[in-house]
Design a protein around this ligand. Structure first.
Ligand SMILES: [Zn+2]
Length: 409
C-alpha cells in the first residue's frame, strides 16, 4: 500500500531540524520511501492525502508511562508520593483484572494517538492484555512487566513477576509486525532488594533484554539510599551492574553531578517526566546538566494517575519552561531540544535509528498537525509553535460547527 502526503510543511527532525515547505512524502507499507521529487509512476499508484496547511512530522515517543492507569484518571490528586502510591494506587491496582487493564490500555492508546504519540514505553502488569491492546490499535510500544520483591534470595525462581517477565519477553518481543518490543523492569530500588535486582539483571542479560527502571524520583528515595547503602540510587544500581544492560531510567530528579557522569559512562537514557514530577512535588530534574554532559534524555507523561493526561505536547512545553523558571535562565532547554527529546532521542533510547525522523528508509510513524487554528497564527516559527502553542486534542467547543448551526442558537 502506498500513500502520498501532498503539499505538507515537513518538520524533518534531521540534525539541522530542517523544515521543507510544500513537500510531498511517499510512504510504502510502514516505511517512508521518498521525501520530495516523487516520480510519476509512484504518484499514480499512491493514495493521495492533501496536507495543505498541515505540518507533517514524526510521531512522539512517550518515554515513560503506565498506560492502564488511564482508569485512575483524577482518582487521587494533591497528595505526597508515598501516601499517593501506598495508600491509594497500590491497593486499587491489587484489585485490577486483566480485562480492566485491556480496556483502560485501549483508552490510553486512543488518547495517545489523538495527541500525536505513535510509540510508548510502558511498565505495568497483565502485560499480555496491554500487548493485545497494542496489537489491535496499530500503535508501537516497548513493554515491560514491573517487578517488585524485597526478599534476599538467593532463589528467586518462584517470584511470579520475574517468571512473567521471562515468558512475556519470549512471547511478545518482535510481535505485531515488529511493533512490540520487550524489556525487564525492576520497579525501583525501594521495592526491589539488591539481590533481586541482580537476579533480574542476570535473567535479562540471558535473553538480551533491555532494562526500564524508576530511579531517584524523590528526596525520600535518595536519602534512604544514602542511609541504607551509603550511596546514591544511581551508584547503587551502577554497582549492581544493572546499567551494563541498555537502560531507560525514569525520573532521575535527585541525581548528582557524579551520577550524571555514571549515567553517561553507561549510556543510560533518562526519561524525564516534568508534569508528573511537578504534580507529585518530587522536584525538577537537572536536565540541562545531563544534556550538557551528553546524556540521552527523552520525555514521558508517566501514568495518568499522576499527570492527569497522556499529551506529549504538554510535556514538551513543560520540559522547556520549568528549567527556565526554576533557574531564572531563558536559554535553558530550547523548544528544539524539547521536541528532540520527544522524537529522535526516543528512537536512540530504544537502540534503533529508524524512528523520530522524516527521511527515506525510516518508519512511517507520522503525524499531521492542522496549523489552521487560532492558536497557531501567525506562524512565525513552526518549532516554537509546536513547543509553546500546540494543544493536542483540546478544542474550543465551537470548532467544527457550521456557521448556520451557530446562528440558529
Ligand atoms: Zn512511573
Amino acid at each position: 500500500m502506498k500513500y502520498l502526503f501532498k503539499n505538507a510543511k515537513v518538520l524533518t527532525m534531521n540534525s539541522q531540524m530542517e523544515i521543507l515547505d510544500d513537500c510531498d512524502v511517499l510512504v510504502e507499507n510502514d516505511c517512508i520511501k521518498c521525501v520530495g521529487n516523487i516520480g510519476p509512476e509512484d504518484r499514480d499508484k499512491a493514495r493521495a492525502i492533501d496536507c495543505t496547511g498541515k505540518l507533517l512530522m514524526p510521531g512522539f515517543i512517550n518515554g515513560h508511562t503506565h498506560v492502564p492507569m488511564s482508569i485512575l484518571r483524577n482518582y487521587a490528586d494533591d497528595m505526597e508520593l508515598q501516601t499517593w502510591l501506598f495508600k491509594y494506587i497500590f491497593p486499587v491496582e491489587e484489585r485490577l483484572t486483566g480485562e480492566d487493564v485491556f480496556f483502560s490500555s485501549l483508552l490510553g492508546i486512543m488518547e495517545m494517538l489523538a495527541t500525536g504519540t505513535t510509540c510508548f514505553i510502558d511498565m505495568y502488569f497483565f502485560m499480555d492484555d496491554i500487548a493485545r491492546a497494542v496489537e489491535m490499535s496499530g500503535i508501537r510500544a516497548h513493554l515491560s512487566r514491573g517487578m517488585t520483591c524485597n526478599e534476599k534470595g538467593p532463589d528467586f525462581s518462584k517470584v511470579e513477576s520475574l517468571n512473567e517477565s521471562i515468558s512475556f519477553f519470549k512471547n511478545w518481543n518482535g510481535e505485531a509486525n515488529g511493533r512490540i518490543t520487550g524489556a525487564f523492569a525492576p520497579h525501583a530500588i525501594y521495592t526491589c532488594s539488591p539481590e533481586f535486582i541482580k537476579a533480574v539483571r542476570d535473567a535479562a542479560e540471558k535473553l538480551g533484554a533491555p532494562i526500564h527502571v524508576h530511579l531517584d524520583e524523590t528526596l525520600t528515595e535518595h536519602e534512604n539510599s544514602l542511609k541504607d547503602y551509603n550511596k546514591t540510587p544511581t551508584k547503587h544500581l551502577y554497582d549492581l551492574g544493572l546499567f551494563d544492560l541498555k537502560t531507560i531510567a525514569a525520573h532521575c530528579v535527585w541525581i548528582t553531578d557524579e551520577d550524571i557522569s555514571l549515567l553517561k559512562e553507561k549510556n543510560v537514557t533518562i526519561a524525564h517526566n516534568p508534569k508528573s514530577n511537578l504534580k507529585l512535588a518530587s522536584g525538577i530534574a537537572p536536565i540541562p546538566e545531563a544534556l550538557s554532559k551528553g546524556v540521552n534524555v527523552i520525555l514521558g507523561t508517566d501514568g495518568v494517575a499522576s499527570n492527569n493526561n497522556l499529551s506529549m505536547f504538554e510535556e514538551i512545553s513543560l520540559a522547556a519552561l520549568i528549567q527556565k523558571g526554576a533557574k531564572q535562565d531563558p536559554l535553558l532547554v530550547s523548544a528544539k531540544e524539547a521536541i528532540r527529546m520527544a522524537t529522535v532521542n526516543g528512537s536512540k533510547a530504544l537502540g534503533r535509528d529508524d524512528l523520530g525522523e522524516v527521511a527515506p528508509g525510516k518508519k512511517a510513524d507520522l503525524i499531521l498537525i492542522d496549523l489552521d487554528k487560532p492558536h497557531f497564527l501567525p506562524l512565525h516559527n513552526p518549532v516554537s509553535a509546536l513547543a509553546y502553542c500546540a494543544q493536542g486534542v483540546r478544542r474550543l467547543s465551537y470548532y467544527g460547527k457550521r456557521p448556520d448551526t451557530l446562528r440558529k442558537r
